[in-house]
Design a protein around this ligand. Structure first.
Ligand SMILES: [Zn+2]
Length: 113
């Protein structure tokens, strides 16, 4: 029997399952947290809070009036499972989940690249 079992095999392009196991119930790989809805990419801006990162997501918004795209960004609070380590500047993939805290509705699925 393996040391730990991956509860779920999430198929996210560019993201590999974490090598270590964890006992975080809010982990999308080893816990019971379900990921549904949006899957976004962004850069870690701050990782100072316990188990939470601020992820900056840049996207293009089409302006009907000027017939051009404008650059927009949003800062998203994302939960960090115990098995994933993130540092500011890294590119991460985050997935939408149920609200974990008042402002946390996303979870880090993995580090890209
Ligand atoms: Zn985990």
């Amino acid at each position: 029997m393996p040391a730990f079992k991956l509860v779920k095999n999430l198929k996210v392009p560019g993201v590999e399952p974490p090598r270590e196991a964890c006992k975080d119930p809010n982990c999308p790989w080893h816990g019971t947290l379900k990921v549904r809805g949006l899957i976004l990419e962004g850069f870690v801006e701050k990782a100072k809070a316990r188990k939470m990162a601020v992820v900056r997501h840049d996207y293009l918004y089409y302006s009907e009036k000027y017939k051009r795209y404008e650059r927009r960004m949003s800062k998203i609070h994302a939960h960090i499972p115990e098995c994933i380590k993130v540092e500011p500047g890294q590119k991460v993939v985050i997935g939408e989940c149920r609200p974990i805290a008042k402002t946390v509705k996303f979870v880090v699925l993995g580090v890209k690249g």
